[in-house]
Design a binder for this molecule. Structure first.
Ligand code: ADP
Ligand SMILES: O=P(O)(O)O[C@H]1O[C@H](CO)[C@@H](O[C@H]2O[C@H](CO)[C@@H](O)[C@H](O)[C@H]2O)[C@H](O)[C@H]1O
Length: 421
């Protein structure tokens, strides 16, 4: 006999592949299990928090239910049931306005905890950010931004942990953390979301750099200083968990493993494999010693917001597709520098190509960074290998998400190898 939960699971299996935050986007999941349903609001509309196991991986979804959907929510429908239409509740401003206030400790349900000393208004009008991203973000009253993670992973979450430590250290370059949403799973707590101060006048670095390349150049030095300041604060906050290592053989091994995992099904990368692996091997003899530390882990121009208060770095969750242990592991800080340099190259090759601009902005960023910490250009082999690693990741990312963009990172692999170390 087919139950209501089976019907819902089937409808979710058809709906998931169209969601950008669903990792295995290119196919319908084999199995969707509704693991736990927590009622947050009864009536019409109703709101449920739902944990799903999708091919064994845990996700959270917020489901609304109404007797009939208003036209504005027509695109959010998931299933027609005898009790009403079930739909993606994050699209429903009315329900999302009430979300924070409904997260009271229902047994094993989601909980919202404000940070010590933070006074949080629980009923500000909500709107969902129109950008498609790895997660789903709601702006509350233009004062807060609530990011709801889609994957639910037990253990310390870097977006919460790093923001908390950076604000405690008084770093001006991060948005204030106001609270966190968590849930109990597998005997521990898992982060479901973070609430932060919203910067209403902010524009992200990608928008700025692509709108007017000339105006962006002076900003790059300030961005370099901001990233170095954040690195210094992260090193202080988390301490020398992994004190100076004599060489970066472990990093080289990791780059090789990542290449094998990422490039397997990508024939365009095959001709570059020997040169890429040689570049990764050169990391083994880069002059040390090195101190590894917590880093941002997924830094690019879209993660840097420019507002009246200067540069703010956002989204410290690392690459969302990686396991938490990998994302929380100490790394060389040049990893973040390398990924930001890749972003300048993206901006330079978006529209009319302007490699000279990329070189100027890259130098300005490194100058700014070098004013606070060591000059990234003092480690050319490491920087080169880390840029290549990110470009390979980007080829895989673009093929899966934006095939028309694949030429940008693929061209970069070729250019970076041609340029040598
Ligand atoms: N504190 C903030 N103030 C203003 N806008 C923000 C803030 N944090 C994030 N944003 C906006 O939300 C978007 C998504 O945030 P982000 O943390 O990068 O989510 P994701 O991990 O899903 O990419 C950003 O590109 C930015 O435009
Ligand atoms: O922001 P996310 O954490 O979801 O990061 C993913 O998506 C990014 C694109 O939105 C992608 O970034 C790549 O494209 C950017 C331009 O759109 C460019 O500035 C970045 O340098 C480039 O890597 C990112 O790789 C991916 O993880």
């Amino acid at each position: 006999m087919t139950t209501a939960v089976d019907t819902l699971a089937g409808a979710l299996a058809r709906w998931l592949p169209a969601q950008r935050w669903y990792a295995a986007k290119d196919r319908e999941p084999r199995e969707v299990l509704v693991e736990r349903v927590t009622p947050l609001l009864d009536g019409d509309p109703a709101l449920r928090h739902v944990l799903l196991l999708v091919d064994g991986e845990r996700y959270q979804v917020l489901l609304g239910r109404r007797a009939a959907l208003p036209a504005a929510l027509a695109g959010a429908a998931i299933a027609d049931t005898p009790a009403g239409v079930v739909y993606a509740a994050t699209r429903d401003g009315e329900l999302m306005t009430r979300l924070l206030g409904r997260l009271r400790a229902a047994p094993r349900g989601p909980v919202f905890e404000p940070e010590p000393g933070a006074r949080v208004a629980l009923d500000l009008p909500a709107r969902v950010l129109p950008v498609e991203q790895s997660n789903t973000s709601l702006v509350l009253g233009d004062r807060y931004i609530l990011k709801l993670f889609r994957r639910v992973l037990p253990g310390p979450h870097p977006d919460v942990e790093l923001h908390r430590a950076l604000r405690a250290a008084g770093t001006p370059h991060v948005a204030r953390l106001l609270g966190a949403l968590t849930v109990e799973v597998d005997g521990g707590r898992a982060a479901l979301g973070v609430l932060q101060e919203f910067l209403p006048d902010a524009r992200d670095g990608w928008a700025l750099a692509t709108a007017d390349r000339t105006a962006f150049a002076p900003e790059a030095a300030a961005l370099g200083r901001a990233v170095a300041t954040v690195h210094g604060a992260l090193a202080d906050a988390f301490g020398p968990r992994n004190p100076a290592v004599p060489d970066l053989s472990d990093t080289a091994d990791r780059l090789h493993r990542r290449f094998s995992a990422l490039a397997g099904g990508i024939p365009e990368l095959a001709p570059f494999e020997p040169a890429l692996r040689a570049a990764f091997d050169r990391v083994r003899t880069a002059p040390g010693p090195f101190t590894l530390q917590r880093v941002h882990g997924d830094l690019h121009l879209g993660q840097a917001l420019r507002s009246g208060g200067g540069w703010t770095i956002i989204d410290f969750e690392g690459e969302p597709g990686q396991p938490l242990a990998e994302r929380n592991a100490p790394r060389h800080p040049l990893q973040d520098v390398a990924t930001m340099l890749r972003s300048f190259d993206y901006a330079a090759h978006h529209g009319t190509a302007d490699p000279d601009w990329a070189r100027r902005v890259r130098d300005a960023f490194c100058d700014g960074y070098a004013g606070v910490l060591a000059d990234p250009r003092d480690q050319p082999a490491l920087l080169h290998a880390l840029e290549l690693d990110k470009a390979v990741y980007e080829v895989a990312y673009e093929r899966a998400n934006r095939p028309d963009w694949t030429a940008i990172p693929l061209g970069a692999v070729s250019r970076l190898l041609g340029a040598g170390s």
